[in-house]
Design a protein around this ligand. Sequence first.
Ligand code: ATP
Ligand code: MG
Length: 420
Amino acid sequence: MLKFKTIRGVYDVLPGETEKWQYIEKTARKVFDDYGFSEIKIPVMEKSELFTRSIGETTDIVEKEMYSFPDRKGEMLSLRPEGTASVVRSYVEHKMYAQGGLTKLFYMGPMFRYERPQKGRRRQFYQIGVEALGLSGAAIDAEVVSMLFTFFGQLGLEGLVLNINSIGCRDCRPVYREVLLDYLKDKVERLCDNCLNRYEKNPLRVIDCKSGGCRELTADAPSILDHLCKVCSDDFEQVKAYFNMIGLDYNVNSRMVRGLDYYTKTAFEITSENLGAQDAVAAGGRYDLLVEEIGGPPTPAVGFALGMERLSLLMVDEDLSLKRCPDLYIAVMGQEAHNIAFRLAHELRIHGIKTEFDHENKSLKAQMRKANNTGVNFVLILGEDEVKSGRAVLRDMSVHDQEEIAWEGILFEMKSRMGG
Ligand code: ATP
Ligand code: MG
């Protein structure tokens, strides 16, 4: 029996997988920077109230998924279940709105939700999120979504489906809510347990329910798109026009509503059929009411979050080739050669040359085998004779060529061979 294991739904991300994550993160940083977004680091803990206020009391997240606990002074804190609330808190706290125009931010990091763990669903999971705060307008919604697809494109991902919807605003959503409540009235008893509970509080979630029974039961439910006010429906048409302008295909899904209360107007979700039941890799939308709700001035905003685990699942072909192989391997025989390798490796690494050598007193054959396995470009062979003579063999592994050099000059030699 193992004494300590990760807790349920929480995983280590190990070397072999982390290279893929780094590649994803690096690509995200590059693409988001191309679009003018800056990184923000937000805390992992916040006052619970920030989340209950912003995400909404009746959402699944707040009702049953938050990791909340009193700290030593009795203040209720929560591990963040998502990033938007914190970004908005920070935006308001640091008065970022004062600079006017758009504030474009992104974040990366772990989120925590007490959910039933399964493929693509963990209790600690990682998100990359983007928020554009300060301006409304379909162009910004479309730009944010287009950035997400540029990012997927740079990762070489294909076959992702963009699902869009509008969930209206303060004016038209309540009207639709009533229409929906009326429609659901005589179906309530046949809804799943979850929806039974949602019906009064969050009826829009009922038509988004994934359970087969609810789907069938609400197959002919009225569509929110038929109940949008003029402003929202014009806005939705414009968003689609922008997508058409850049040739971004989309699928209008009037049943898709976001689980969080603060969304308005444009909502979107990107799905892949290669993910199984948890098929959404990213999701987001406009949230024009949240900044005000958190105590800032009325500020329209739009954003999305994408799940690292699910994205990583889609990148099956990207493997260890992403790992940078060493530039130089120093094979050593004997204590004195080891000492020299220790000093040379230090000098080389200071100058950014990725160097490896062994501490295990292995045979030359074993060391050469290991060097080969790492895909290293050059090997320096330092034995007892080389220690004495001051000269050693430097082998170029790619062309199977070798040359004798003064090992004290290895840094100079490596620099010139590596072209710098
Ligand atoms: P889901 O479709 O899984 O219920 P959600 O609507 O709860 O997603 P969001 O809160 O919008 O998800 O989060 C955005 C993205 O974060 C999701 O599309 C998904 O890729 C990822 N994500 C959400 N919850 C989890 C989780 N428990 N484990 C892994 N990834 C998750
Ligand atoms: Mg969820």
